[in-house]
Design a protein around this ligand. Sequence first.
Ligand code: URA
Ligand code: SF4
Length: 197
Amino acid sequence: MSKRELLDAIVTEVIVCRKCELWKTRKNPVPGEGSPHSQIMFIGEAPGYWEDVKGKPFVGAAGKFLDTLLSEAGLSRENVFIGNILKCRPPKNREPSRDEIERCTPYLNRQIRVIQPEIIVTLGNYSTAYVFSKVALPFNGITRVHGKFYKASILDMQVTIFPTFHPAAALYHPKYKEQLITDFHTLQQELAQKRPI
Ligand code: URA
Ligand code: SF4
């Protein structure tokens, strides 16, 4: 099967998934989307209001800001993959529970295995905590670990992890907005080194 077919098979399963209670309150699952051949994967937390309505990741206010950050790093939605820790919206955007994360992340792990990204960008505390736990890196909060590259082995693959803030945090805290912009600039420089024009 091609990478596209393998990703589509995950979508088909997520659509009918009832492994945690969130299927009861979701309007649409948000499996994630983007290029199966992307060398870079962005991982957010969970769908919010608009993602739940549209079934697509990062389409609300935080998503608009993510689009800006992507384009400043020379990227676009078509050439990256964007996924989340949870595929269904927690009611009232409450935080994901430990149990929900445990039940849902096998889908994310499969997406990582199919795509085999060189760089995984984790957006915010939850996604960074999850990915760091997979590679046995100590996580002591996004403000301490953001903006740096961590080489690690995840699911038997060599990857570089780049944690940064969640774009939603930037909408409420100007300080985080500046740091996100700086971090995406760092990311862009790293990508430019890998793919000299
Ligand atoms: N926040 C997230 O973490 N993911 C989305 O898809 C949208 C908002
Ligand atoms: Fe299944 Fe994940 Fe949705 Fe829970 S959040 S129902 S585990 S797809």
